[in-house]
Design a protein around this ligand. Structure first.
Ligand SMILES: [Zn+2]
Length: 460
C-alpha cells in the first residue's frame, strides 16, 4: 500500500550532471547558490545541487548545467524544510476558514515542507475513508507533505476508541482528540495500550481538564480577575499532563504534549524524561512570546486554548526549549472566519493563525535577542519535530547531504517586513501579530525538489 508521499527511487547516487538518463517531464536540476547551509551537523558555506528531487551535491562553487533552475541564496541560511506538528486546515467541513490548499500554501510560505493536520474537522478524522480522502487531496495539491492525525476516540467524544489500527495502516502516526482533551483516564489508558502495538505511533494530548476549564475564556490569574473574564487555571493542563505521564510510564506508550503552556507542565515533562518515560512536547510561538495581559483589550485574536499565560510561564517554556525538555515549536495554526471570530471575547472561538509567521516570530523574538541560537531554533522547527512523528524517515528535517530528499528552506535572516493579515495566504485573518515588525523571512521553500516558494512568493 502506498505510503503517503512515496518518493521515486530514493537515493540513487547521482553522478554529476551525468550524460543522460532520459529526462522526465519538467526540469530536474536545481541549484541553491551562495548560502550558508545549516542542519543538525553544523553550519558551512555551500551551494546545494538537487537532481530529480534528491540532493546530489553540497559544496562550494557548484556550476549549473544548462537548463538548471538557479535559486539565489546570497546572505541566506539554507536549512531543512520546517515541520509543523500542529495545524488546523479545516478541511473537510470548514473550507470557508481554510482548505488543505490554502493551508498548504501558507505553510510553504512559512518554510514548511511537512505538517501534521489535526483531526477536529467536520466530520472528524476518526474513519479510514475520511483520512484517505484527506491524504489523497493533500497529495494532489502537493505544496507540502500533509500528514493527517487521527482521532483517539470516535467522534472525539472521549468514550470509544477510534479504529487506531486502520488509521495507522493508512500512515497515521499521531493520534489526538485535539480541540478536546481525552478526559477519561481509562480511555486514555486503553489508547496507550493499543498504540504500543503500533510502532512509531504517538498519542498527542490537548491537555486541559474540561471540568477545570468549563466556562473559562482566558488564563486564570491577576488579569482574568481584573478583566472580569472567567479563567482557565494552569492546573487544568498540568494535572492532565501528570496523569498521562503516569499512564505512559505504566503502559510504555509514547506521549506528546500539544501546545504545552505552563511552567508546571514543563517541570513534569522534564522529570518524566529523566526517568525514561517516552514523552515529547511542543510549545507555540504565541505561548513563548505573549502573556495574558494581551487579553486586556478584549480582542478575540488573543483568545486561545490553552490560554496565554504569565511571564513566569514564558520564562519556563524558554528554558525548557533550551534544555531539550520541549522538543518542538508548533503553531496550532487555527483559522477562523471573521464572522465567527470577530465577536465579543467570551463568544469567540479559540485559536489564531500561525504557520506563515512562526519562523519570523521565533527569529525576531527569540534568536535576535539571544534566547535561542539559530541552530536551536531551526532544530525546534525542523529536525526535532520531524523525529517526533517519523517524518525524518520520509526525508524531512535533514541532514542536507548527498542522497537526501530535497526538502529545504532558504531563509533571509535580515529581511524586515510587517505582518499584514490581508496579505497572508490563509483564508482567514485572525492573526495576533497584525502590524508586528519582524526580521527574517522565507525566500525559497523546496518540497521534493520543486520550489513551492520562490523569492518570497508561492509558485502556485
Ligand atoms: Zn489543542
Amino acid at each position: 500500500m502506498s505510503k503517503p508521499n512515496d518518493r521515486e527511487a530514493g537515493s540513487r547516487p547521482s553522478s554529476e550532471a551525468g550524460p543522460e538518463r532520459p529526462r522526465r517531464t519538467g526540469s530536474s536540476e536545481l541549484i541553491i547558490r551562495g548560502g550558508r547551509v545549516l542542519d543538525e551537523t553544523g553550519e558551512r558555506a555551500a551551494d546545494v545541487r538537487v537532481v530529480d528531487g534528491v540532493i546530489a551535491e553540497v559544496g562550494a562553487g557548484l556550476s549549473a548545467s544548462a537548463g538548471a533552475t538557479v535559486l539565489d541564496a546570497e546572505g541566506c541560511v539554507v536549512t531543512p524544510g520546517l515541520v509543523d506538528l500542529q495545524v488546523h486546515f479545516r478541511e473537510p467541513g470548514r473550507e470557508d476558514a481554510e482548505t488543505l490548499e490554502s493551508g498548504s500554501r501558507a505553510a510553504a510560505l512559512g518554510g514548511c515542507t511537512a505538517v501534521v493536520c489535526m483531526p477536529n474537522t467536520e466530520p472528524p478524522l476518526d474513519d479510514a475513508a475520511v483520512v484517505q480522502s484527506v491524504i489523497e487531496r493533500a497529495r494532489t495539491i502537493g505544496l507540502c507533505a500533509v500528514r493527517p492525525a487521527g482521532c483517539i476516540t470516535k467522534g472525539r467524544h472521549g468514550e470509544e476508541l477510534a479504529p487506531l489500527g486502520e488509521l495507522y495502516d493508512l500512515g497515521v502516526r499521531v493520534f489526538t482528540d485535539d480541540g478536546d482533551c481525552v478526559a477519561d483516564a481509562s480511555v486514555m489508558r486503553h489508547a496507550f495500550e493499543y498504540a504500543t502495538a503500533l510502532p512509531g505511533a504517538v498519542l498527542a494530548q490537548h491537555a486541559e481538564d474540561p471540568a477545570l476549564v468549563a466556562g473559562g475564556h482566558m488564563h486564570e490569574g491577576a488579569w482574568s480577575s481584573r478583566l472580569g473574564i472567567p479563567g482557565r487555571p494552569a492546573e487544568a493542563e498540568s494535572s492532565i499532563v501528570a496523569r498521562d505521564l503516569a499512564l505512559a510510564k505504566r503502559t510504555g506508550g509514547r506521549y506528546h504534549v500539544l501546545h504545552l503552556s505552563c511552567a508546571q507542565s514543563a517541570a513534569l515533562v522534564r522529570a518524566a524524561k529523566a526517568q525514561g518515560v517516552r514523552v515529547t512536547a511542543e510549545c507555540t510561538p504565541q505561548h513563548l512570546v505573549l502573556t495574558d495581559e494581551a487579553c486586556a483589550g478584549f480582542d478575540p485574536a488573543f483568545k486561545m486554548n490553552p490560554p496565554l499565560r504569565e511571564q513566569a510561564d514564558i520564562d519556563a517554556l524558554r528554558a525548557a526549549l533550551v534544555d531539550g525538555t520541549i522538543d518542538a515549536i508548533a503553531t496550532d495554526h487555527a483559522p477562523h472566519t471573521a464572522e465567527t471570530k470577530d465577536v465579543p471575547f467570551e463568544e469567540a472561538p479559540p485559536g489564531m493563525l500561525g504557520v506563515e509567521t512562526a519562523l519570523a516570530i521565533v527569529l525576531t523574538t527569540l534568536v535576535e535577542p539571544g534566547v535561542l541560537t539559530l541552530a536551536q531554533a531551526i532544530g525546534a522547527l525542523s529536525w526535532q519535530p520531524a523525529r517526533v512523528v517519523g517524518l525524518d524517515a520520509d526525508g524531512h528535517g535533514g541532514p542536507i547531504a548527498s542522497g537526501g530528499a530535497a526538502n529545504l528552506c532558504v531563509i533571509d535572516p535580515a529581511l524586515r517586513w510587517v505582518v499584514d493579515g490581508t496579505r497572508l495566504a490563509s483564508r482567514s485573518r485572525n492573526t495576533p501579530w497584525e502590524g508586528w515588525k519582524l526580521t527574517g523571512k522565507v525566500r525559497h521553500t523546496i518540497y521534493n525538489g520543486t520550489p513551492t516558494v520562490r523569492d518570497g512568493e508561492a509558485t502556485r
